[in-house]
Design a protein around this ligand. Structure first.
Ligand code: 5RP
Length: 262
């Protein structure tokens, strides 16, 4: 039963489950990365195995690709897909305009390419991801390893002219060695606290040599689905300017995915 889940996992699960209602047979679907997206992949896998859903999926990370294959989803490359009907992904932060910070898992480069190559991006989240102003979560910036110290200096210089409240930059580590992305790059985390002009910042960062991609998603996300531990899900669609609340009966809802999640 879903009641066996912690409130935060329940929130993620029901957001993912609600997002699965957007998926129809014949669709090409972008699969995000992270723990919330993992619930979505499991929901889709169940629909493929039990309900005959026929989709082709493009994962945004090696980890998601492995999970998708384990649960029975057909995985193809983005080039083979050419274009996607929809991408469903998690987020680290979202604001009232549905602008995002992503990349907490270091997958934002592929995530941004995949979401941009989709008719629609649906973000699934728990309520802790909502912010008034982006920037409390450190902004991930993927950089090539060559000259990473120089790239870091250039980023620090660029931040002096930006509307931000902090300017610390740290190299993301994986134990004693730098964290390496699926594309073989490194990640600098920018501790900005408050990003006054995310569009401008994203543009400036991407002009710096050595920067591959920043984690700001501006005007990419169309729908945010937010789950809560009490079973309530809010669906906000910025293209239609609609907001809908769905109540899940968490006592009745079978958690058919718990085994796979463990
Ligand atoms: C990975 C991401 C994830 O979507 C983001 O970190 C959210 O993860 P989670 O669902 O585990 O909170 O951007 O690069």
């Amino acid at each position: 039963m879903t009641t066996g889940l912690s409130p935060i996992e329940l929130a993620k699960f029901i957001a993912a489950k609600q997002a699965s209602e957007y998926i129809e047979s014949g669709m090409k679907v972008g699969l995000g990365s992270g723990s919330t997206s993992a619930w979505f992949v499991q929901c889709l896998g169940e629909m493929v195995r039990e309900n005959g859903l026929k989709i082709k999926a493009v994962p945004t990370s090696e980890h998601t690709a492995e999970l998708a294959e384990v649960v029975g989803i057909e995985v193809i490359t983005l080039d083979a897909a050419k274009w996607l009907d929809i991408t469903v992904d998690g987020t680290d932060e979202y604001d009232a305009n549905l602008n995002l910070i992503k990349g907490g898992g270091g997958a934002h480069l592929r995530e941004k390419i995949v979401a941009t190559a989709s008719d629609r991006m649906v973000v699934i989240a728990d309520a802790t991801k909502k912010v008034d102003t982006l920037g409390a979560f450190p902004l991930p910036v993927e950089v090539i390893p060559f000259g990473v110290g120089i790239t870091r200096n250039l980023i620090e210089e660029a931040l002096i002219g930006m509307d931000v409240m902090g300017r610390d930059v740290s190299l993301r580590m994986d134990g004693d060695t730098p964290f390496i992305t699926d594309e073989g790059n490194m990640v600098l985390d920018l501790h900005l606290k408050h990003i006054g002009n995310p569009r401008q910042l994203g543009f400036v960062l991407n002009q710096i040599p050595g920067v591959v991609e920043n984690g700001l998603f501006i005007d990419i996300c169309d729908v945010v689905i937010v789950g809560r531990g009490d079973g309530k899900v809010t669906v906000r669609d910025i293209t239609n300017n609609t907001a809908e609340v769905v109540q899940y009966d968490v006592q009745q809802e079978d958690n058919i995915f718990l085994e796979v999640a463990e």
